[in-house]
Design a binder for this molecule. Structure first.
Ligand code: IPE
Ligand code: IPE
Ligand code: MG
Ligand code: MG
Length: 324
């Protein structure tokens, strides 16, 4: 993590500590618990980096940045219920701690609170960007659910899902930072595209880490994607060279509840699924960097460093423990 990222993280967490509060005590507790447990704060950092790139002071845009983290936190609360995951950021999930019924409502409350706050405080098109982003995230999550266990999913379909469920929020983070900072309109699409490509790379890397990562560092379940029936890029790549028989064995894994996942993981490794997915993530990072062409070299530098840190990240840094 670069010096810039640590500085921005401090700004973000200070704001949460001093200024975040809703009228709902349970929601406050659930959010603080997640923020204190860890998390990388990538989306709000991206907002602040985009604002700084176009000449603004990060200090002046922390509030909008924290709303991007809150949208992320609310989607994680719901995502963990949908995925049946019981750990997040090294602690029990909101659903596992308070029960799924409370978890659903806490997430709903948080979304509603975020949008009430954003519509009251930011001019168009910020509220519109954020609301259509949330619609895209839900769309992506539904598409993913509907394709669980479907081995016909190809890299293009996978990318569509990932673009919606993950990259849309990275794109919105960069776009909101740029727009709130009053960026030259010609730079807004460049920064938005940067966020989008970065987000796709980020999800591919997360999907690789689900197969190769360390649970203690990730702070969330590892190996869970296969259990859930998620057909992610490493598997899609490995399947490209699979024989009919191997394909049938993998299909059997997804339809047999007590099947062992070790042979599937071994198959992915043997067929180079991990390396191929990794290369694709690297290409997305390159595309992100190329999207910054309209910016000057000086404007680009901190964004390029940020992009590179995504490639070198350990499984999922829990982040420094903070008081919130
Ligand atoms: C987790 O995002 C959800 C994905 C899109 C993979 P992060 O890995 O950014 O989660 P935190 O915020 O650091 O906990
Ligand atoms: C990302 O997908 C979730 C959202 C974009 C809401 P995952 O389900 O892969 O994320 P993790 O692995 O639970 O963090
Ligand atoms: Mg999940
Ligand atoms: Mg994952």
């Amino acid at each position: 993590v670069s010096e810039t990222q640590s500085r921005l993280r401090l700004l973000i967490d200070d704001y949460f500590t001093t200024s975040f509060s809703t009228e709902n005590a349970l929601v406050n507790e659930a959010v603080r618990r997640m923020l204190t447990a860890g998390g990388k704060r990538l989306r709000p950092q991206l907002t602040l980096l985009a604002a700084e790139a176009v000449g603004a002071r990060a200090e002046d845009h922390v509030a909008i940045a924290t709303h991007l983290e809150l949208i992320h936190v609310a989607t994680l609360i719901h995502d963990d219920i949908v995925d049946g995951a019981d750990e997040r950021r090294g602690v029990t999930t909101v659903g596992a701690t308070f029960g799924n019924r409370i978890g659903v409502l806490a997430g709903d409350y948080l979304f509603a609170w975020i949008f009430a706050t954003v519509t009251a405080n930011y001019p168009a098109p910020i509220p519109h960007i954020l609301s259509r982003t949330l619609a895209a995230i839900c769309d992506g999550e539904v598409l993913q659910l509907r394709s669980l266990g479907d081995l016909r999913i190809d890299a293009a379909q996978y990318t569509t899902i990932v673009a919606k469920k993950t990259a849309s929020l990275f794109a919105a983070a960069a776009e909101c930072g740029a727009r709130c900072a009053g960026a030259d309109p010609r730079l807004v699409p460049a920064l938005t595209a940067f966020g989008e490509h970065l987000g796709i790379a980020f999800q591919i890397l997360d999907d690789i880490l689900d197969l190769t990562g360390d649970h203690a560092i990730a702070g969330k379940p590892i190996g869970h994607d296969l259990i859930e029936g998620k057909v992610t890029l490493p598997l899609i790549m490995a399947l490209e060279t699979a024989t009919t028989e191997e394909r049938a064995q993998i299909a059997a894994f997804f339809t047999t509840s007590e099947a062992e996942q070790a042979p599937v993981v071994a198959f992915i490794h043997e067929r180079g699924g991990i390396e191929q997915a990794r290369r694709r993530a690297e290409r997305c990072i390159e595309e992100a960097e190329q999207a910054l062409a309209p910016l000057t070299q000086a404007q680009r530098m901190p964004l390029l460093t940020f992009a590179q840190t995504l490639l070198s990240r350990p499984p999922t840094l829990q982040g420094d423990h903070v008081r919130c």
